[in-house]
Design a protein around this ligand. Structure first.
Ligand code: NAG
Ligand code: NAG
Ligand code: NAG
Ligand code: NAG
Ligand code: NAG
Length: 436
């Protein structure tokens, strides 16, 4: 999980010159086939019509898809907008630093993200989440100038979505002056911090994301002890080191629901939030190493059902996902991430009606798949795309990383993401202003 940036390349827009030509022709009443509103007008390997009807601009969402939408500029029929950065490299993604085009004009992303089959939609069009993780943007005591810089750098390379943390537990107050924290525990009692070093600071994250036209996926707790997470609830309420009680103890579940209620209802009407995630990488077996020995995939699936239904009962505007690593529960499969040992059953969870899409991560080396990390990860993508089609819900690879051979490995994985039709991808992690 090393920090590095992830950059996109793009083809230059195709349709500007052609449209100027057509605008002239229009005065001579020559009828030509043009693309109507919401029709495709470009993208890699697009061989169809590239000219939009009057008043529409051919707008590039990514290198694979351009669409005719109502132009907001006065030079409607001759302008082409793009949300892409310019790049000197070919291929879908580049690993070298590119410079954002200063003429890039973002298409405002105004509505709530919804699902339709295996796709996401936004404002009536297909919406493809591509981008990065940035857990740190809200938790590093940044002012809005620095938050804005971070989002600008992320969107300049094409991000439509950024995944971030909506939790930070502290016990007995902040550890240092100016620390951002969202919940403070005194004994068994948590107090949500709505002040300027609490949720008011997360308001700034949301506002700067919105200003940069990017949607947020927000995880509500952590399997890991970074920024508190599940272990703090269990330790404070039960005095136990048993991580797995997070999923079953009634008092713990009630406390987590209280936190969810405050956080989620605060942003219920905020279109910048794309989705809530129950947690980052929920698993059986805690960081403390103590297990109940009875934490099974069925327990985690029941917990996911309960918590996701609770979020839906508070907020029907936003999508909900689990935020898990996408492990399968096939005990006789040859490799460990498929065997169910971490308490996750990807296919069973994808069946939960209050989870709108599936998530998975890919860290073959940390997961012991060292003989062929690239090939193993490619198959991991293929298999999750098959689950996506079987369940007819979107599935995104929302974290991935290898420490070696990144260009080769990611090129292969991105190729498989495209050819398998996977719904979207977010790399771990990117940004110009990492705290470490
Ligand atoms: C925001 O933070 C940066 C980095 O610490 C600092 O250079 C800048 O002066 C701050 N801006 C404001 C308006 O406080
Ligand atoms: C923590 O709670 C105890 C009572 O349980 C109370 O006496 C104490 O003042 C509280 N501490 C703070 C910092 O609120
Ligand atoms: C998350 O789960 C895994 C699996 O047991 C564990 O190794 C890791 O330390 C966990 N973190 C926490 C906080 O449970
Ligand atoms: C998911 O639902 C489908 C359709 O109801 C069912 O056939 C399948 O067995 C379920 N998968 C799991 C793992 O529960
Ligand atoms: C990186 O690629 C080289 C050449 O294919 C290979 O020998 C090496 O094992 C790879 N390293 C890792 C960690 O995958």
């Amino acid at each position: 999980m090393s920090g590095h940036s992830h950059l996109f390349s793009s083809e230059p827009p195709l349709c500007g010159a052609m449209k100027t030509f057509l605008t002239l022709l229009a005065f001579t009443s020559v009828a030509l086939a043009v693309v109507s509103e919401y029709g495709q007008c470009g993208g890699q390997n697009w061989a169809g019509e590239t000219t939009c009807a009057d008043g529409l601009a051919c707008t590039s969402y990514n290198e694979y898809y351009s669409q005719c939408i109502k132009s907001t500029s006065s030079a409607a029929t001759t302008s082409t907008t793009t949300i892409k950065a310019s790049s000197t490299t070919s291929g879908p993604f580049s690993t070298t630093k590119t410079t954002a085009s200063s003429s890039a004009t973002a298409v405002p992303l105004t509505g709530y993200v919804k699902t339709s089959g295996t796709k996401f939609t936004l404002d009536g069009k297909v919406f493809t989440p591509v981008g990065q993780n940035s857990y740190w943007v809200g938790l590093s005591s940044y002012n809005t100038t620095v938050m804005d810089l971070a989002f600008k750098d992320m969107t300049a390379v094409g991000a439509t979505v950024v995944r971030t943390w909506g939790f930070n537990e502290v016990v007995g107050g902040p550890a240092y002056d100016g620390q951002i924290y969202y919940q403070n525990w005194n004994g068994t009692t948590p107090a949500i911090n709505t002040g300027s070093d609490g949720l008011a600071s997360f308001d700034n994250v949301v506002a700067t994301a919105k200003a940069n036209n990017v949607k947020l996926i927000v995880a509500l707790t952590n399997n890991w002890s970074d920024y508190g997470g599940m272990d703090v609830y269990v330790k404070q309420i039960l005095g136990s080191d048993n991580h797995d009680l997070f999923y079953t103890d009634e008092k713990v579940i009630a406390a987590f629901k209280d936190y969810i209620k405050t956080f989620v209802t605060r942003y219920k009407d905020e279109t910048t939030i794309m989705a809530w995630e129950l947690g980052n990488e929920p698993r059986c077996r805690g960081s403390t190493g103590t297990s109940t020995g009875t934490c099974t995939p069925a327990i985690l699936t029941a917990w996911a059902k309960d918590i996701s239904a609770y979020i839906k009962s508070l907020d029907s505007n936003h999508l909900v996902a689990l935020g898990d690593e996408g492990f399968y529960n096939q005990p006789s499969a040859p490799t460990y991430p498929y065997q169910g040992g971490e308490g996750i059953d990807f296919d069973a969870n994808l069946n939960i009606s209050t989870l709108d899409f599936g998530t998975f991560h890919s860290y073959p080396i940390s997961w012991g798949q060292t003989s062929d990390p690239q090939g193993w990860g490619t198959q991991w993508i293929t298999d999750h795309a098959a689950s996506m089609k079987a369940a007819n819900k979107p599935v995104i690879i929302e974290e991935f990383g290898v420490d070696a051979n990144q260009t080769t490995v990611y090129t292969a994985w991105y190729a498989e993401i495209e050819s398998s039709g996977l719904t979207g991808d977010l790399i771990w992690q990117a940004g110009s202003y990492l705290p470490t």
